[in-house]
Design a protein around this ligand. Structure first.
Ligand code: FEO
Ligand code: CA
Ligand code: CA
Ligand code: CA
Length: 590
């Protein structure tokens, strides 16, 4: 239809009803179809074997699409008339409980699991915009990035003693990337990927303040890699610093399969959910990144150098040097009006002002007692010293290129206001925050500014179940219930799209993808577009072709099942087991 949806988008749909958490269905709005593009195990190269549940090997997995697709981005390949694209995908972690038949050798399972981590670059093709993409086996840009591939450390901490190991006495070259969760597309066409839950892959003595602050423990890890590869055991002499070489923002050039991916120390080391870049008014680039841990912080990086349109080689250096800040939010309502219930204060808004506190300023440490290298490697400790606001788990942080406002998905925080933990405040206004909320930041005309204004766009939950929610004043009886916002995206007219992770344990429905109107009278309206199968998390998302199509990565479908007691058979429903899969949604044809 040519008519516009009320908010100016060409994408018209009736919101779907929420889907019970026990359903193993991929549900889309009426008039749309879903198409798997690529699934775990699909062969990427001409010499890659087809996937076989019962004949898995590390050699095969290295040549196949990895597990647990999270961040996903698609860029059209110039000169192909919209028919060819390159897709980049993170493989965050593995679910061994549902990957392997029980007779799988334990050592093999470790090697296969390792090979299922990392990153994928793969080409896509389609007949035209009315048809779904398929991936192209053996295409020139196809690439798997593995745990034994070299990454170059950049920025002031590269070469630091804190990053040296027996394998890398220079402290400049790391093998592999871990826990890659969300990410971002840079204005120069590279991809950023956040190393999030890297702590779970290492055994460490956990005697130092830094090791403890990052969650390391002196016990066997869940996957046991340290039993076969000593660098994952930081108690091994020579590998004490291996743990310091993960927790960064990674940058990959998908258009050059021979390029060396980089880890940028300038953006600090923490459980980076991801990072997203916007070019500031003065030409510097600004990257926003959240530390996804209960009571951790929101960060902003401002480049030293400025963006040069068309100079890709130069722009690819912009994240290597700059300043780093951490956010402090101040509410404008009396603290006595924030009682942890989520009820609005008397001025009718959760809102206020904020300050970006410097950790690195003019290229030097701004934190007394910390060297520059220490700030960038032990960033959480440096941030603790300057008093930022403890947040309810910042997931994706995305600047809108339409309004230049910045959206922060605070997914939940079961410990908010519990016992000795920090109490509710105006920017995290609910005790035991089960369903999360979205912060909207306005940098007020200067993206590099150290002052900002903020408000809560929405406080999530299910109004029909009596949850205390807020949707920017939009009538709560007219919204789709939503819980645990995780990834964010924008469509062609600047509507916000939210994908969720954890809604089943919040509001009791499967996770999904939602459109949120940001402007005009319908600001705050939430409409559910699709729902993913049981135990699945909705990742991506991508809205393209003037909003005619959407892409989501379905991560960890059926993850609470076990071999022989599968909870999901998505996407093939062939009675074998679930496979994490990238899905495209298109209007039905004919
Ligand atoms: Fe991997 Fe913060 O989600
Ligand atoms: Ca207020
Ligand atoms: Ca996430
Ligand atoms: Ca999450």
């Amino acid at each position: 239809s040519g008519a516009l949806a009320p908010n100016g988008s060409k994408l018209r749909f009736e919101a779907i009803a929420p889907v019970e958490y026990t359903a193993d269905d991929f549900t889309v709005a009426e008039g749309f179809d879903w198409h798997p593009i690529i699934r775990w195990g699909d062969p990427l190269f001409d010499d890659a074997p087809d996937f076989d549940w019962n004949a898995q090997s590390a050699e095969a997995q290295r040549l196949q699409f990895g597990y647990n697709n999270d961040y996903t981005e698609i860029q059209e390949i110039p000169g192909t008339n919209g028919k060819r694209a390159v897709m980049f995908v993170n493989h965050e972690y593995t679910n061994e409980n549902i990957m392997f038949p029980p007779e799988t050798d334990a050592d093999d399972a470790i090697e296969i699991g390792m090979a299922a981590h990392g990153l994928t670059v793969v080409e896509l093709e389609r007949k035209n915009k009315n048809f779904p993409y398929s991936y192209v086996r053996g295409a020139a840009l196809n690439r798997r990035i593995h745990l034994d591939d070299e990454f170059q450390l950049t920025g002031p901490a590269a070469g630091s003693d804190l990053l040296k190991t027996v394998d890398d006495p220079e402290g400049r070259t790391v093998l592999g990337t871990l826990g890659n969760c969300a990410g971002g597309l840079t204005p120069w066409g590279t991809l950023l990927s956040g190393e999030e839950n890297f702590h779970g892959y290492f055994r460490s003595a956990a005697t130092s303040e830094a090791e403890q602050r990052y969650g390391f423990a002196d016990r066997a890890t869940a996957r046991g890699w340290e039993s076969k590869h000593e660098r994952f055991d930081a108690t091994t002499e020579g590998y004490e610093n291996e743990i310091n070489r993960f927790g960064y923002i990674v940058e990959v050039d998908p258009f050059d399969p021979t390029s060396t991916p980089r880890k940028h120390t300038s953006l600090g080391r923490f459980k980076h959910e991801g990072a997203n870049v916007i070019v500031a008014e003065n030409g510097k680039v600004v990257a926003y990144s959240g530390d996804d841990e209960r009571f951790d912080y929101l960060y902003k990086f401002v480049s030293r150098d400025t963006y040069v349109e068309g100079d890709r080689a130069h722009n690819m250096t912009l994240l290597e040097n700059g300043d780093l800040f951490v956010a402090k939010f101040t509410g404008n309502s009396p603290a006595s009006e924030i009682d942890g219930s989520g009820e609005l204060p008397e001025d009718g808004a959760f809102d206020g002002s904020g300050e970006w506190l410097p950790l690195v300023l003019d290229g030097e440490s701004a934190v007394p007692g910390f060297t520059l290298e220490e700030v960038l490697v032990h960033t959480r400790l440096a941030a603790d010293a300057v008093g930022p606001t403890k947040m309810d788990r910042c997931e994706d942080v995305e600047p809108s290129l339409h309004s230049r406002r910045v959206y922060v998905a605070c997914t939940n925080n079961s410990n908010r206001g519990v016992g000795d933990y920090a109490a509710a405040d105006e920017v995290n206004p609910r005790t035991e925050n089960r369903d999360g909320h979205i912060v909207e930041i306005d940098e007020q005309g200067d993206q590099t500014s150290t002052a900002f204004a903020w408000n809560l766009l929405l406080v999530a939950g299910d109004p029909a179940q009596g949850d205390q929610t807020y949707f920017s004043g939009f009538p709560v009886e007219q919204v789709s219930p939503i819980s645990c916002p995780d990834n964010l995206a924008f469509d062609s007219v600047g509507n916000l799209w939210i994908s969720t992770d954890g809604a089943p344990s919040g509001i009791g429905y499967n996770d999904g993808l939602f459109r949120v109107t940001l402007g005009g009278e319908a600001r705050g309206r939430v409409e559910q577009f699709l729902s993913v199968p049981r135990d699945g998390e909705t990742c991506g998302p991508i809205i393209r072709d003037e909003d005619r199509t959407a892409f989501v990565s379905v991560q960890h479908p059926g993850e609470d099942g076990e071999w022989g007691a599968q909870l999901s058979y998505f996407p093939d429903y062939d009675g074998q087991g679930p496979k994490p899969t990238v899905v495209q949604v298109l209007p039905q044809r004919g």
